[in-house]
Design a protein around this ligand. Structure first.
Ligand SMILES: CC(=O)N[C@H]1[C@@H](OP(=O)(O)OP(=O)(O)OC[C@H]2O[C@@H](n3ccc(=O)[nH]c3=O)[C@H](O)[C@@H]2O)O[C@H](CO)[C@@H](O)[C@@H]1O
Ligand SMILES: C=C(OP(=O)(O)O)C(=O)O
Length: 434
């Protein structure tokens, strides 16, 4: 079993470069299977366990996938299987993102039902509602969801009860080849939606309005493979911003896009952190004393739920009482129990956590309960007294490339170990481990 060991007390200084965004690359790779002509060449692909999973899903379906350096090349011109079994969906819920592309191109898709996960029940009813509105039949049974249509999908007006990122992406991809116009109302506005729309448009689709609450898609007859570069990962960037802030350090986060993380920037500035936009990225300088604040997670452009646990770590070091309210996922406070093992004073009240700071965090044995919680525990470990051991690293490997090396390069006392021994983990080994 692998663990990360952090010894607290070092200030972080230097430069770190963020990777391409996990949440942008997964739908983009999924969308590449709509291309019936030409190869899709995708750059800035992060070497994450989730990327290997989506590549395996495509390979299972008969697409040719070549992954070298940070580039993935997908050739989906040959006939594809239209099923994704449980072994992939179990590892990664985003496997459901092949539903829209397969339905669009083949009129059929069958994917194992994702089920609940650590952060909430996460149904896919809105994805299915969208497909049904476009004329697809939906059948759920034996642990699978199957969507099919005898005729070509028809454009439709679809109102999402909530601005679901995955539903917006799946419907956008299905609508790309539908007959006529689809309008998605109350669509998700995340930067990753815009990246997917840009990619689809390069492939020949007609998508307008991505990044606003109304997206219009005029269906076309076919899409072709193109070259695309994935946007930077705003959550990885945010995690390093918090690392600089929590240690009172000075870190340049290269390749970070400030427009994608305004809500986070504004909150950490309220806490006394200095944020400077530079030519190559964002410089973050932590203050001597942090002031507490309140946070409410919301769909973009609100405060991202994927930064909630990292902010909890930061608020534990801030003076005063702060309230964190989670409105996106109903069960995303699993890390509270782990922070408490580190001497945190946290009180859960319904969908909020009251954070009393500052506390003297103490190193402890803690487990990552999801990928962001894992990163948050490392952040807490950076300032805790003594040694923190973080386990369940498969969560962290889903969303962070070389997190141990990146923190070590900034001056952290951190190492990844196997059964008590220090090891250097290569990308290939990481894939075998998950
Ligand atoms: C791979 C990826 O991009 N993951 C991101 C994506 O997840 P994901 O796309 O799964 O998140 P959604 O935006 O769909 O989920 C938001 C909320 O809507 C609910 N819901 C969603 C769909 C549905 O059909 N019915 C329904 O009730 C979910 O249970 C959740 O409570 O957006 C989340 C919210 O920003 C992020 O935390 C995830 O990192
Ligand atoms: C919740 C997350 O991802 P996923 O939707 O892939 O589980 C995340 O990236 O924090």
């Amino acid at each position: 079993m692998e663990n990360i060991i952090v010894r607290g007390g070092r200030q972080l200084n230097g430069t770190v470069r963020v990777e391409g965004a996990k949440n942008a690359v997964l739908p983009v790779i999924a969308a590449s299977i709509i291309a019936s002509e030409g190869k899709s060449i995708i750059h800035e692909v992060p070497a994450l366990a989730d990327v290997h999973t989506i590549n395996q899903v495509l390979t299972h379906m008969n697409a040719e996938v070549d992954y070298q350096g940070n580039t993935v090349v997908v050739d989906a011109t040959q006939p594809l299987l239209t099923e994704a079994p449980f072994e992939y969906v179990r590892k990664m819920r985003a496997s459901v993102l092949v539903l829209g592309p397969l339905l669009a191109r083949y009129g059929h898709a069958k994917v194992a039902l994702p089920g609940g996960c650590a952060i909430g029940s996460r149904p896919i009813d809105l994805h299915l509602k969208g497909f049904e509105a476009m004329g697809a039949e939906v059948h759920v049974g034996n642990g699978f969801v199957e969507v099919s249509t005898r005729d070509r999908l028809k454009g439709a007006k679809i109102y999402l009860d909530m601005p679901s990122v995955g539903a917006t992406e799946n419907i956008m991809m299905a609508a790309a080849l539908a007959k006529g116009k689809t309008i998605i109302e109350n669509a998700a506005k995340e930067p990753e939606i815009v990246d997917l729309a840009n990619y689809l448009n390069k492939m020949g689709a007609k998508v307008v309005g991505a990044g606003t609450e109304t997206i219009k898609i005029e269906g076309v007859d076919k899409l072709q493979g193109v070259e695309h570069t994935i946007i930077p990962d705003r959550i990885e960037a945010g995690t390093f911003m918090v690392a600089a802030a929590i240690t009172g350090g000075n870190v340049l986060i290269e390749n970070a896009e400030i427009e994608h993380i305004r809500a986070l920037v504004s909150k950490i500035e309220e806490m006394g952190v200095k944020v400077i936009e530079e030519k190559n990225g964002i410089r973050v300088i932590g203050p001597r004393r942090l002031k507490s604040t309140d946070i409410k997670t919301l769909p973009h452009p609100g405060f991202p739920t994927d930064m909630q646990s990292q902010m909890m770590a930061l608020m534990l070091q801030a003076s005063g009482t702060g309230v964190i309210t989670e409105t996106v996922f109903e069960n995303r406070f699993m890390h509270v129990e782990e922070f408490r093992r580190m001497n945190a004073k946290l009180k859960i009240e319904g969908r909020s956590v009251i954070v009393e700071g500052p506390v003297n965090l103490q190193g402890a044995e803690v487990a990552a309960t999801d990928l962001r919680a894992g990163a948050a525990l490392i952040l807490a470990g950076l300032v805790a007294e003594g040694r923190t051991r973080v386990t369940s690293l498969h969560h962290i490997d889903r969303g962070y490339v070389d997190i141990t090396e990146k923190f070590a390069n900034l001056g952290a006392d951190i190492e990844r170990v196997i059964q008590g021994e220090t090891t250097i983990i290569t990308e290939v080994q990481q894939v075998e481990v998950q």
